[in-house]
Design a protein around this ligand. Structure first.
Ligand SMILES: [Zn+2]
Length: 379
């Protein structure tokens, strides 16, 4: 029966291991699992299934070993996306947990398909989506290549203007996808930049790195704590990733040409987190949140209430880190070196309090964040 199904997982963003298939309980049950790919964590997957038979039928995707993913359970709050040939990425229904005798648990989703179907953990985001952002921005946004990745891919920076060495314009520096699979961060950044372009916002300079871990992104890495060094733990006096080195130099250029005012990092949280958008704040030696960053956090919280903001919005990270000082997060680096408020945002992968999010919702979230920035800078 397994020859009835083949998996392609070596394409763009591809990640997935095929473990078999069988006809069962009125559906074609396909067994697969995400791969860790050079990291101590797994979550992201993206693959295409091709079926020998062309008839439409129920496909039951069973993700084995999903209990090893970063926060993937409970899958009842997880809605991966699927796309049939020529169609759009659409959310699947809530997942179902399938307990095994020894305490492990598989994750199950069902959908209909005929000759082929693609699955991904969340809406993919890469160069094609970035291209459409630029095309829709009517010349407001510029694309520059600030370097090439270790594997030769473009390290792209988007900006609305370059500032100038005598400028006192407030400057924002935005970062996304230090963890390659965290596509919700990209969608929110997309909404942020799109809104600035729609408003043709002036009087601020925004520089943004939309696809920082581009090698990991295109190779389908989840990228959380990925080897040889997590991009978001490689910032510091001697950056431990080449990409981070390139971005630090770009940040230094930016700081010469604007009045550094705010830095934002766009991430995704654990796989099933669904209490809403929230952000981490930089802390001082005593563990207290930076006051200026906290003020910005309150502005964003207001803008994202009541539908998108988590009840606990501005947070201090207290989870254990695999990486030691002096190598640091982007958020700590920007706050300590440039002494500016810095926020590290988390945008849920699937749901907020039971509401399943579409790509447009992330764009709306980013749009509201952009409006909050303009409002606060004007005040
Ligand atoms: Zn992250």
């Amino acid at each position: 029966m397994s020859s009835e199904v083949t998996m392609e997982s070596d394409g763009l963003y591809g990640n997935g291991l095929f473990l078999g298939a069988e006809e069962r309980d009125g559906a074609l049950e396909v067994y697969a699992t995400p791969q860790a790919k050079e990291a101590p964590e797994s979550l992201w997957f993206c693959f295409r299934l091709k079926f020998k038979s062309k008839r439409s039928r129920k496909i039951r995707l069973v993700l084995k070993h999903f209990q090893n993913s970063l926060g993937g359970f409970p899958v009842e709050a997880v809605n991966p996306v699927a796309r049939v040939a020529g169609g759009r990425w659409e959310r699947l229904q809530n997942g179902r947990s399938l307990p095994l005798g020894d305490g492990r648990c598989d994750a199950v989703w069902e959908t209909m398909a005929s000759s082929s179907i693609e699955f991904a953990f969340c809406f993919p985001y890469g160069f094609p989506e970035l291209k459409s952002l630029l095309e829709g921005a009517g010349g407001y946004l510029k694309k520059d290549v600030v370097g090439v990745s270790p594997e030769g891919r473009e390290l792209v920076r988007i900006s609305n203007n370059y500032g100038s060495t005598d400028s006192k314009m407030p400057g924002l520096y935005l970062m996304a996808r230090q963890h390659a699979g965290e596509t919700t961060g990209s969608w929110a950044m997309h909404g942020f930049l799109k809104r600035l372009a729609e408003l043709k916002a002036e009087g601020l300079s925004v520089w943004a790195i939309p696809l920082s871990n581009i090698d990991g992104i295109e190779k389908g890495f989840y990228g959380k704590d990925n080897f040889p060094m997590d991009l978001n733990r490689a910032w510091g006096p001697c950056p431990m990733r080449y990409e981070t080195n390139v971005f630090q130099r770009d940040v230094a250029r930016w700081a010469e040409r604007v009045e550094p005012s705010l830095a934002i990092d766009f991430h995704s949280p654990g796989g099933s987190e669904s209490d809403g958008v929230y952000c981490f704040l930089p802390v001082d030696e005593c563990g207290s949140a930076d006051p200026e960053s906290s003020e910005w956090s309150r502005s964003f919280e207001e803008a994202l209430k009541p539908d998108f903001a988590a009840a606990s919005f501005g947070r201090v990270a207290n989870y254990p880190s695999r990486w030691d000082h002096p190598y640091a997060h982007f958020e700590k680096y920007m706050n300590k070196v440039y002494k500016i408020p810095t926020l590290s945002f988390e945008f849920p992968y699937s749901q907020i309090r039971g509401r399943v999010l579409n790509a447009e919702d992330y764009v709306a979230i980013g749009s509201r964040m952009a409006e909050a920035v303009l409002k606060r800078l004007k005040a």
